[in-house]
Write a protein that binds this ligand. Structure first.
Ligand SMILES: Nc1nc2c(ncn2[C@@H]2O[C@H](COP(=O)(O)OP(=O)(O)OP(=O)(O)O)[C@@H](O)[C@H]2O)c(=O)[nH]1
Ligand SMILES: [Mg+2]
Length: 397
């Protein structure tokens, strides 16, 4: 196998996977026939001492005997014809692969967490998507967090092509890290495989609880970073910003660079920012603290009495501007959702509240409930007070 370069890294990953496996499914191609690489891999497998199941793929439409004949030469187990695309023989193949493992030693199916149970919620793994432009160090960060080379990190944009989900535990908490493919400037994405990569990254953002937006300290913030950040905001995801490769920056440049990033990313000031070195593991622990905090903020429960009290304080400090003859009246608030937190404010003439006042309220609630790390949504409702007839729940005034 290759001595260096990305092929070498891929071969290393393959060897590691073989070393960790209980059983290896070795897939060969009936249409391509037996290739020199197949022989190299077969050799590796024989020496590994693992139990191997040899599957001959793309065998649909071929007589079984003919499809598998030449693969006997590999000297492994009996070749087994399948068609992944058509699903032929695939279930039977899995059964063959699992036959040496009696059912009662298999790991139990994890119970579905009950959504209504807070404790089950607290034990759920936090899904963290690591996103950013190609080559910023996403896979390196994932490896550093896992403490081993689990995914390929390489100095070549486009190394990661698909989202990879990896479970891990840190300080007693469970996480699922999602390493994603880097996203380039939109106009430049022409290849089909790259379009697929971008779609998978956007899906990972939707799927995550917290997104880590990774930037490169040595490269200016670009329109593409802003575009990706915008997507994260629209998705309503909790966010942590990490500026990577801090190790490569001369000490006298650091303050300037920090200022520059803060200025360009002012619209992300609701999120914690970190300056890290994924390669050297610096700042990574603090980054994970912010991930925890952002998750807690996104999932926060905001009690109605306190929300309404905070609303009244906000209005006392600064009234909404007049609209025509009157002034909008903000009467009480309750939580309408989580992840991101949604605050619903009831009152009258709320249609006239300007965006600047909405932003003022967002900042006020973010501070009052310590919700840094998650976007916050506010919805205004003008109409009758549904609690008007239940004095015990009626807010003061
Ligand atoms: N100096 C320095 N280099 C780093 C750091 N993190 C990553 N790199 C290097 O940056 C290059 C790209 O790293 P990857 O982790 O593969 O980047 P990626 O974001 O996963 O790239 P794609 O998968 O192509 O999107 C590698 O050569 C890494 O060694 C860091 O903290 N400091
Ligand atoms: Mg990568």
């Amino acid at each position: 196998m290759a001595k260096d370069g990305i092929m070498h890294e891929m071969a290393k990953q393959t060897r590691q996977a073989i070393a960790e496996a209980d059983v290896v499914l070795f897939l060969v191609d009936a249409r391509a026939g037996l290739t020199p690489q197949d022989r190299v891999i077969a050799d590796l497998l024989r020496r590994s001492g693992r139990s191997v199941v040899l599957a001959v793929n793309k065998a649909e439409g071929l007589a079984s005997v003919r499809a598998v004949a030449e693969f006997y030469e590999l000297g492994l187990t009996e070749p087994y014809p399948i068609s992944s695309a058509h699903g032929d023989n695939v279930t039977a193949l899995i059964e063959i692969a699992l036959a040496p493992f009696p059912a009662d030693t298999a790991a139990p199916e994890p119970a579905e967490p009950a959504l209504t149970d807070d404790r089950a919620d607290a034990n759920a793994a936090i899904k963290v998507a690591i996103v950013g432009r190609p080559n910023v160090g996403k896979s390196t960060l994932v490896n550093t967090l896992l403490g081993e080379e689990r995914v390929i990190a390489f100095d070549q944009p486009g190394t990661t092509r698909d989202s990879i989900y990896l479970d891990f535990e840190r300080a007693g908490r469970r996480y699922t890290l999602i390493d994603t493919a880097g996203v380039r400037r939109r106009g430049k994405v022409t290849e089909a495989v790259e379009k697929f990569s971008v779609i998978k990254t956007l899906q990972a953002i939707e799927d995550a609880n917290v997104v880590v937006l990774l930037l490169d300290a040595q490269v200016e913030v670009t329109e593409q970073d802003a575009h990706l950040a915008g997507y994260i905001l629209d998705a309503g995801r909790a966010l942590v910003v990490a500026v990577n490769k801090w190790d490569g920056l001369a000490a006298d440049r650091r303050e300037d660079v920090k200022r520059e990033f803060a200025r360009k990313l002012a619209f992300l000031s609701f999120a914690h920012h970190h300056y890290i070195s994924a390669k050297e593991g610096r700042g990574v622990g603090e980054l994970m603290h912010s991930v925890d905090a952002a998750y807690a903020a996104a999932m926060a429960r905001l009690p109605t009495p306190k929300l309404t009290r905070m609303l009244q304080q906000a209005v006392e400090r600064q009234q909404p501007p007049r609209a025509g003859m009157g002034r909008p009246k903000l009467r009480y608030a309750h939580q309408g959702g989580q992840n991101p937190p949604l605050i619903i404010i009831h009152g009258s003439a709320l249609g006239h509240i300007p965006d600047s006042y909405r932003r003022y309220l967002e900042h006020f609630f973010t501070d009052a409930f310590e919700l840094r790390g998650t976007p916050l949504r506010i919805q205004f409702k003008t109409g009758a007070n549904p609690y008007a007839n239940s004095p015990s729940r009626r807010p003061g005034r």
